[in-house]
Design a binder for this molecule. Structure first.
Ligand SMILES: NC(=O)c1ccc[n+]([C@@H]2O[C@H](COP(=O)([O-])OP(=O)(O)OC[C@H]3O[C@@H](n4cnc5c(N)ncnc54)[C@H](O)[C@@H]3O)[C@@H](O)[C@H]2O)c1
Ligand SMILES: O=CCc1c[nH]cn1
Length: 485
């Protein structure tokens, strides 16, 4: 297995920075369990250097015309696309996701974000509000300042870019902390932004565990924190951000419903259930892990689903023929196996899968449970692995009520040929991101994010600009100012 050790553990002030003082973090290739790199957790000096660099760089970066900031982002997008294969291979090594996925969903998604927000940067403007007697107000959309991004391990390149692109477009600078499980890819994004012309300090990466993230969030120079992670971490980070009255975006977990009515195109609905449960080996926040199937089509659905699931190709993730990779880590594999055991113990019917795959690395079969009831643990808790739960329903009202009966509210999907019903369901879902007759498509043009415990704020689309900037109003009087005395 190749050595994927980066030039150094951190990227600060436009250059790689090593700091052997910090605890060693071993990077494990999930497909084999082999160590492929070692990085060091950031010491206090590295955290300080990164925050100081971001603070120094911010005023000049914000003062550039938007069109110039945008040009840097768009150049970075071009570099990402030109190096897509190399970056996709690194994403595969970092996460274990198969190259057949990473070639189309990671550096390319990051490039889309940089291109989109690069294009938007020059259009981040205020408005003119006319008032009585010629007075008027104009608004200025201003940068927040130094922002902190903290990432999860499932999409290390995409998560870094979905935060960096709108943040930088608005004139902010950023210190980004990747997940300690996948510390390699964000360093490449930093290197590429420098190559594209981003001044030193505009985008910095510090690696480390939760304590490094906590130190960044607590720092008084930081104006905004954007976390992608679990609900328990979100609670801590949101609370810490509130101490400093910082802006916050929380992109957290989910237990999203996918509702399939008996008039749906069955093959499409099964494709959506497969994509929404097994893509990235089930490690996607918005996955439709509660698949509600109308009872009339349940057995046909399960039979065809099992048939198609048997076609998954588990194998070397670097082989483009592979369509299902391992879990990201031994710890995540154990969590998922434990949920499978609980599903069995609580009486769900195992349709397919359920076993650890006996080979080196962290492998599990794609798993489908049927006859799942709403109270079962596997129907209530986020598993974050390739475990689909299929639940039966009879009526639309029942399906909607049960779909919404969760503390989460990240995503939801509906499959039906009845478009009136589809829009009724989409309006009724208590979720931030919804799909009709498809699932899990997340183009940069569409807002992405959750409601309820799944989060606060939105990434992507023009809506993200409001979350990475502050509005100032300027009242201009064309009249003499009067006073009562
Ligand atoms: N909504 C989304 O967009 C989205 C996308 C991907 C993943 N996720 C969620 O992420 C979770 C899986 O990722 P994970 O296991 O890496 O999540 P996690 O919550 O364990 O960790 C996320 C990040 O937070 C850091 N962290 C931990 N404690 C911290 C603290 N006290 N202060 C600051 N930072 C801290 C970690 O080091 C890591 O970088 C799942 O719940 C998944 O649904 C959400
Ligand atoms: O993991 C959550 C974000 C996402 C959804 N689809 C691709 N990435």
């Amino acid at each position: 297995m190749r050595d994927a050790t980066p030039t150094a553990s951190h990227y600060v002030d436009g250059a790689y920075l090593e700091d052997a003082e910090g605890a060693a973090i071993e990077v494990i290739y999930p497909a084999t369990g082999a160590r492929i790199a070692t990085v060091h957790s950031a010491s206090g000096q590295v955290v300080e250097a990164a925050l100081a660099a971001a603070t120094r760089a911010q005023p000049a970066w914000a003062a550039l015309p938007g069109v110039e900031r945008g040009r840097v982002l768009r150049r970075a997008a071009d570099i990402l696309r030109a190096r897509n294969r190399e970056l996709s291979e690194l994403e595969t090594l970092d996460t274990g996701k198969p190259l057949s996925e990473t070639l189309v969903a990671d550096a390319t998604s990051a490039a889309d974000a940089l291109e989109y927000f690069g294009g938007l940067a020059a259009a981040i403007t205020g408005e003119h509000i006319p008032l009585a007697d010629g007075d008027f107000v104009y608004t200025r959309r201003e940068a927040l300042g130094v922002c902190v991004g903290i990432g999860a391990w499932n999409y290390p390149t995409q998560i870094a870019a979905w935060k960096a692109a709108p943040a930088l477009a608005c004139g902010n600078t950023m210190v980004f902390k990747p997940s300690e499980t996948t510390p390699l890819c964000a360093l490449k994004l930093a290197e590429i932004l420098t190559e594209a012309g981003a001044p030193p300090g505009v985008f910095n990466v510090v690696n480390g565990l939760g304590d490094v993230g906590a130190a960044l969030v607590a720092d008084g120079r930081v104006a905004k924190v954007s976390l992608t992670g679990s609900v328990p971490t979100g609670r801590k980070v949101y609370a810490a951000a509130a101490q400093g009255m910082k802006h916050a975006t929380m992109e957290l977990g989910g237990k999203s419903p996918l509702v399939i009515f008996d008039d749906a195109d069955l093959e499409s609905a099964i494709s959506a259930a497969i994509n929404g449960n097994f893509y990235s080996t089930g490690q996607i926040c918005s996955n439709g892990t509660r698949v509600f199937v109308q009872s009339g089509i349940k057995e046909a659905f399960l039979e065809r689903l099992a048939e198609r699931t048997a076609n998954a190709t588990l194998g070397d993730p670097l082989d483009e023929a592979t369509t299902l990779g391992p879990m990201v880590s031994a710890a995540q594999l154990e969590i998922v196996l434990d949920y499978v055991a609980r599903g069995r113990a609580e009486g769900a019917r195992l349709v397919t899968g359920g076993a650890r795959v006996e080979r080196e690395g962290f492998w599990i079969e794609p798993t489908v449970f049927a006859d799942v009831t709403d109270d079962m643990t596997i129907a209530r808790e986020e598993i974050f692995g390739p475990v689909m739960t299929v639940l039966d329903f009879e009526t639309e009202d029942e399906a909607l009520a049960r779909a919404n009966a969760t503390e989460y509210g990240l995503a939801a999907g509906v499959f039906t040929a009845d478009l009136t019903r589809a829009h009724r369901m989409a309006a009724g879902f208590e979720a931030g991101t919804t799909w009709i007759n498809t699932y899990n498509l997340t183009p940069v043009e569409a807002p992405f994010g959750g409601s309820k415990m799944s989060g606060v704020g939105r990434e992507n689309s023009a809506a993200a600009i409001a979350h990475w900037s502050e509005l100032k109003s300027v009242y201009v009087s064309l009249n003499p100012t009067e006073a009562p005395f």
